[in-house]
Design a binder for this molecule. Structure first.
Ligand code: FES
Length: 115
């Protein structure tokens, strides 16, 4: 049986999207967040468990930088470099989202209905 690139893809348990290519979040440091988060995960040997992707605009520009994590559809806004350690420890390792960073979308019942 032939193997291709998809046969070698490691199934990640957690997928983090950082608004990286939008027009606003990069001006607020989102590109730095992407690099820092990847470094933090690599330092913990978690790169096979968690993948960090650069996303386009997540449509919450005014409260960026924004991050969304799956599974769970957990959105974080106004994320700063100093917040990443808590996100890694509490959410990505401990499985408990960081409530103080969750975006207003998370509190919107209409958005919950879409999940
Ligand atoms: S630029 Fe990041 S949400 Fe729009």
């Amino acid at each position: 049986m032939a193997t291709g690139p998809r046969d070698r893809v490691v199934p990640h348990q957690i997928h983090v999207f950082v608004c990286h290519w939008g027009k606003v979040c990069p001006t607020k440091g989102s590109q730095e967040l992407t690099g820092l988060l990847r470094d933090m995960l690599a330092a913990r040997g978690m790169q096979d468990k968690v993948i960090v992707s650069k996303s386009g605009c997540l449509e919450l520009c005014d409260i960026g930088p924004n991050i969304v994590i799956y599974p769970g559809d957990v959105w974080y806004s106004n994320v700063r470099p100093a917040d990443l350690e808590e996100i890694v420890q509490s959410h990505l390792i401990g499985g408990k989202p960081v409530e103080r960073l969750r975006s207003p979308k998370a509190a919107d019942p209409a958005s919950d209905a879409q999940q």
